[in-house]
Design a protein around this ligand. Structure first.
Ligand code: ATP
Ligand code: MG
Length: 368
């Protein structure tokens, strides 16, 4: 493996919608903490518009609209452009070139085995008498490997749906370095220690909160929107009367509390209990109503979201500044990714005009 002297983070999001609290606990909050830790030499956050187009080819306007929304979400969560480079994927042509070369190192059988792609194909109905699977979508794990390796990232903080992508990326790195020499850096996935945060379910109780499923609480939701969403959230369908015993497993309200509630929140908003375990115990026993649980969750989430809303409003009042941040970040990222592409092409011996040995090699072959 290529020797990595620097600690570099790469992560990102598809601009298919505003970011939600699943993104926040799965990756975004961690990014801010890593940014503030001072332990990383470079941090890149990629707005993956080219990837978003792989399953939204007929709706480029949606992707365009969400570039600024996602940037606003980043800034309002505390990503600091002085410390974190925010950049736009389609403006980095080295990524597309790298993808094209990596495609030769991956078999179709290997792509078919990728469990995340499998479930996303199903979710989008591509297989099910649908329009079929766009080739770009099918190969997006390869382009994601290009994203990660182009920045020589050794650390990728993401949700657990990205585990198969990271595994595939590591395989590509290994294959590339074996065939062409030690150029690429093998990345490590960084998952949240709190397992619930690795894949936050939707408000409908479905396995994953996802923009594509319409079951999200957005970071930019107003207090009123949050209230409405929480009040109609999925709980335990068999918990009809307050006195009925309730189930906390698979109950979205308790899952969100597991992700967000601290003992300090109990002291402040629900002193009937010291902690979540005590509250769960009461719910299981019977006698604790859904509305009380939901009201507590609403307070906890508002405490987390209020500063984010405030910062969002400030940035939203200065969109030209956001635009400049994206432009400057993308320019910096262009230099980084082009350097990696140059290293890759040199290793593959396809850097003809950088390498006049092409002439001497030909000459010595023909003189011999
Ligand atoms: P789409 O439906 O367009 O794929 P998405 O909601 O899955 O959107 P992505 O942009 O694909 O969002 O994911 C961005 C990052 O957020 C990834 O690191 C992913 O693992 C993480 N993430 C997405 N949804 C969740 C979730 N529900 N819980 C935890 N992490 C999540
Ligand atoms: Mg996704």
């Amino acid at each position: 493996m290529a020797e990595q002297k620097k600690n570099i983070i790469l992560t990102g999001d598809r601009p298919t919608g505003r970011l939600h609290i699943g993104h926040y606990v799965g990756s975004l909050k961690r990014r801010v903490a890593l940014q503030e830790s001072g332990k990383y030499d470079e941090i890149y956050v990629l707005i993956a518009d080219a990837q978003a187009l792989t399953d939204n080819a007929d709706n480029p306007q949606k992707i365009r609209d969400n570039i600024i929304e996602v940037a606003l979400d980043y800034l309002s969560c505390g990503l600091d452009p002085e410390k974190t480079t925010i950049c736009i994927q389609s403006e980095l042509p080295a990524l597309t070139e790298l993808s094209f070369y990596y495609m030769n190192l991956v078999t179709t059988a290997r792509l078919e085995r990728n469990p995340t792609v499998k479930s996303e194909i199903k979710m989008r109905g591509y297989d099910d008498g649908g329009a079929g699977i766009p080739v770009g979508f099918y190969t997006y794990p390869i382009s994601q490997a290009a994203d990660i390796t182009a920045f020589k990232a050794n650390c990728v903080p993401v949700g657990d749906d990205q585990m198969p992508m990271l595994e595939q990326c590591r395989e590509i790195v290994h294959k590339f370095n074996t065939v062409y020499g030690e150029v690429l850096v093998e990345p490590q996935i960084m998952l949240n220690d709190n397992e619930t945060c690795r894949r936050l379910p939707g408000t409908d109780g479905k396995a994953k909160m996802s923009k594509s499923l319409g079951n999200c609480i957005y970071l930019s939701d107003t207090k009123e929107e949050l209230h409405k969403k929480i009040m109609s959230m999925y709980t335990d369908p068999n918990h009809i009367n307050i006195t009925d015993p309730g189930q906390v497993e698979g109950n979205a309200v308790f899952t969100y509390l597991t992700a967000f509630a601290t003992d300090a929140h109990f002291e402040k908003y629900l002193p009937d209990y010291h902690n979540l375990d005590e509250m769960k115990e009461h719910y299981r026993r019977g006698g604790l109503g859904d509305v009380k649980c939901k009201k507590f969750l609403e307070k906890v989430l508002n405490e987390e979201l209020e500063p984010i809303r405030e910062r969002r409003a400030k940035w939203a009042a200065d969109i030209p500044a956001v635009y400049e941040i994206l432009k400057a970040g993308t320019e910096k990222a262009r230099r980084t990714t082009e350097q990696t592409l140059a290293d890759v092409k040199a290793a593959m011996k396809i850097n003809y005009f950088e390498d006049s040995a092409l002439i001497s090699e030909w000459q010595s072959r023909h003189e011999a």
